[in-house]
Design a protein around this ligand. Structure first.
Ligand code: UDP
Ligand code: MG
Length: 155
């Protein structure tokens, strides 16, 4: 069963502005199950590793600085068509271009301080989920062996 899981982050600006609870509520109301969730603060090494594909781009250093500036939430979301549906609900990278009603349109401050992250493919979702969560944590969070098996099949 491919495409049932994605990785969501609530970025430091949204956490600092106390939007996290509202964002989780909207995610839930749009039919996503929050399979596992944790609050953490990224180190510089971790942020550079997570955003490795953007290394060398003009915004990379600023992005790493921003993403390490305070606590974030990481969550595994479960739903049919999770990657595409979460990206749709999240909205465009630049909040000025994001559709009305999307999370970024409502809670982002700028293209960089854009409130949330979402994986962009099933393969990346798998990598990103296991960047933040061990298989054991997902099982213990109630994901269970069946969902874990589903995640593994998302490749
Ligand atoms: N970003 C930025 N400046 C840009 C483009 C992106 O600071 O011109 C940041 C922004 O926080 C974005 C992240 O880098 O969410 C990753 O960029 P990507 O193109 O993957 O956008 P996303 O998948 O998050 O919509
Ligand atoms: Mg991206």
């Amino acid at each position: 069963m491919s495409g049932r899981h994605t990785l969501m982050l609530i970025k430091p600006n949204a956490v600092k502005n106390e939007f996290a609870e509202q964002i989780f509520l909207e995610v839930h109301q749009h039919g996503f199950k929050i399979l596992a969730c944790k609050k953490l603060q990224l180190s510089k090494n971790e942020a550079e590793a997570f955003y490795f594909v953007h290394k060398g781009k003009p915004f990379f250093d600023g992005l790493v600085e921003f993403m390490t500036s305070g606590p974030i939430y990481a969550a595994v979301l479960e739903k049919d068509n999770a990657v595409a549906d979460w990206r749709k609900l999240m909205g465009a990278t630049d909040p000025a271009k994001a559709e009305i009603g999307t999370i970024r349109r409502k809670y982002a401050e700028s293209v960089q301080h854009n409130a949330v992250h979402g994986s962009d493919s099933d393969a990346n979702a798998l990598n990103e989920i296991f960047f933040y969560f061990s298989a054991r944590e997902i099982v213990n969070a109630g994901g269970g062996i069946i969902q874990l098996h589903d995640i593994n099949k998302a490749e």
